[in-house]
Design a protein around this ligand. Sequence first.
Ligand code: ATP
Ligand code: MG
Length: 443
Amino acid sequence: MGVTDEVTPLIVARADHPVSRGGLSSSAVKVLYRLHRSGYTSFLVGGAVRDLLVGERPKDFDIATNARPQEIRRLFKNSRIIGRRFRLVHVIFRSEVVEVATFRASPEPPEGPDDWDEAEAEAAEADAEPDRSPVPARVDHAVYGTPAEDAQRRDFTINGLFYNIADYSVIDYVGGLADLEARLIRTIGDPVQRFREDPVRMLRALEYSARLSFTIERRTREAIVECCDEITEASPARLSYELFEALRSGNSAAIYSAWRGAGLFDSAFPGIAGVVAEDTRMLTEVDRAVASGDRLVDSTLVGAFFLYPFYREFAELTADGRRLDNVEMLRRITTMLEPAATGLRLSNHTFHLLSQGLFTLTKMNRAPERGRQVLKLARQEYFGVALELFGLAGRAGLVSAEAAQGWSTAVARLKKPAEARAAEDEPSPPRAKRRRRPRRRRR
Ligand code: ATP
Ligand code: MG
């Protein structure tokens, strides 16, 4: 590791690059400055620097510093230490969380959500002040490192750039500026080694390529072919995290095609690949929804994959005007979803919302006839998921225009205040009635 200390970075002065403080959130600027004024090195890092350099608005702002987690924690009242192996500090503002990490030398992949343990985070927070927490020696002496080392352990050159708040320069230890210019995704260091170390990076390479319309540099591309099978070694929680990131990105159709094309999708997500044919139409609808500002919940995001298979099962069970067998339908939905739910480590809650949300679609295939039916459904927590899925299915042409129209009118009416509704035709159900029902059942 010592060798990297000698590396001289390329430093680009403020006048020669487009990153300005105005592109940062005010919270990120506050955190950068407070660290700097307290005598620490303070850099904006990772995706935010990359996005600002290509003229995009960053999703979030990550900061790296030579201050240790306990020191960072002391500087910000509104902060908490999280993570197990590498402690990070979240500085919490009203509208965003700024993540501050101490420079690291470790080549290990960053902590995935699987390593984040809320109980442990609480414990870390509790003993954060005064500084009594037993920081393992390994953490202090081997994990933390210099800025040069911190740049080297990152995944791709375009993700390894720093923006220095002290003089507003961009610091490049890894050739990231040249690759941004050439629109190339290239691993830092030997790609085969970097992908073996952390196979999730292969998914990330394709994801960035799809998102930014960048080319994957030749050796990096060849290494994906070579290391493709190792994706099965990745932790399920981290794979799941990357999938949801892709689904939320607004480019999920392109990312899915790239993953599938590289042979990664089927190995990484067999529970989905086993059910879903090669079809990006639903994901295109997800991307449209995201682009129009919808924030779809996880159950809906993953549910989108299953809309076509779901409607196929439904059509089969109701062919020739047969009445739907609810028990059979629910059984089929559960069977269809279970491998994916297990593979993706979906929580019971997410799974419940998803399966019930899909099942509810069987009740929405025709416009609602009674307001009561809508009110009854609307009381269920999974109705939100059903509505989101119904919206996607409608736009993909999977439900009739009358049904889509009927439900959208009914739901719009629901949102009106109760008095306005009562003044129209159907009254909202009287309270007493709602209470009586369970009592009767108990007898
Ligand atoms: P996004 O816009 O999707 O947030 P990002 O580049 O900020 O993109 P993050 O997942 O937020 O991606 O990670 C932040 C930074 O941490 C990356 O830019 C990269 O420098 C580093 N990083 C993330 N994942 C890895 C990994 N698997 N291996 C090495 N470095 C990583
Ligand atoms: Mg990020």
